[in-house]
Write a protein that binds this ligand. Sequence first.
Ligand code: NAD
Length: 453
Amino acid sequence: MQKESSFPELAVLRETFESGVTRDLPWRRSQLLALETFLLDREKEIAAAVHDDFRKSEAETFLTETGYLRGEIRFALKHLKSWMKPLRVSIPLIYQPAKGSCYHEPYGVVLIIGAWNYPINLSLAPLVSALAAGNCAVIKPSELAPHSSALIAEGLGRYLDRSAVRVIEGGAEVAKALLAERFGYIFYTGSLAIGREVMLAAAKHLTPLTLELGGKCPCIVEESSDLRVAARRIVWAKFLNGGQTCLAPDYVLVNEKREAELLRYMQEAITDFYGDDPRLSPDYPRIVTMDHFMRVEKLLDGSSVWSGGGCDQAERYIAPTILRGVTPASPVMQSEIFAPLLPVIAYSDLADALEIIRNGKEPLALYLFSSDRAVQERVVRHSRSGGVCINDLLFQAALHNLPFGGLGHSGFGAYHGKAGFDTFSFQRTLMHRSLYPDPDLRYPPYSSTKFGL
Ligand code: NAD
């Protein structure tokens, strides 16, 4: 006898998918438009929920969550019809008369597990791709951003087709119970350790999956770069979201001749952006939970602070902090920092910087500030990462027509725009042959002369 599911709503979603309604372009468009309406109607509430979770400002929530998502929806609406077109292939003369094509078929009911650090974006951007591809979806937002999770659950229930999209809230136990069910596809965003568990669970049902993980993203500042601009961009990307960004520069590698200058410009940028006391800045978020705060405080204790370093446990506040005198063996270099601590490592030769990067796990992103074309080519050629951005940071993930994803330890698979549509679509091939002619060539008996062997 089949074991009863802990999630009766899954039967409803499966039935909807089987009915075929989600495959049609009008249904897909209607759901994307409904999601857009939710984001527009509830913009203020969304900003308030994210603020309640870790004091992120309304402007940052617009920039990195709702604004991005609205762009992603518009992009999908604009291109969906052409994405859905089957791919026709040419047929070699020997197989003719025939037609060959490749259809983009939805997987069915898909599971999206989100991380807390961009609580709206990381649950809903995969949903845009899943709906565009004609799937039903279950979303499990992170329990560590409870206000955002509750708003997504309530909002999607009101705006989207409830027979096709459900939000199931909860923590690890709920995620594990969901993973025991059979889904058409699993899309997971989170840490490497949990990613491994998700992959093991997916193996049980042979479910295809994408893992969007983190890692230590390096940022090289080469001697030819404009240090003031580099410093402002690095400080912005590092301390955005309180340093809790999978794509943030985890550490900086700077040519030793220009280290002092870069440090000075970075300190200037911190003061320009957040004032003399960043605790008072409305634009500076907090660490998400007390567990994470304690982890970061411990890292800070074992490091040599060049600037910042202030903490306030009651508020879960950690100041924008720059660490100096760091080596690849320092505790702060052993795992993803995911907090507002920025180690700076000076190098004398670019080859040494590249070796430090190669000795680590494959990062989600690699950043380089350099005005020298030969250096740009060398760094890209002699390193590996999910993505690269030269002379800026994070924007490689903001474009709707660039795939976003990791490599090796930072995950596999990609989404955003067409890449997301492709991720949530199964490529089903179709060959249509004519019954005639039907020559004997392929049929036994295979005489030695048949294939000229
Ligand atoms: P996490 O792995 O702790 O949690 C992510 C999700 O997994 C949550 O919804 C959680 O409830 C669920 N979960 C927890 N235990 C589980 C289990 N045993 N089985 C299945 N699911 C389980 O990650 P986090 O702390 O929310 O996010 C931080 C990590 O995510 C960082 O490493 C960061 O770099 C990474 N990240 C990656 C991306 C990306 O796009 N590549 C984006 C954001 C964050």
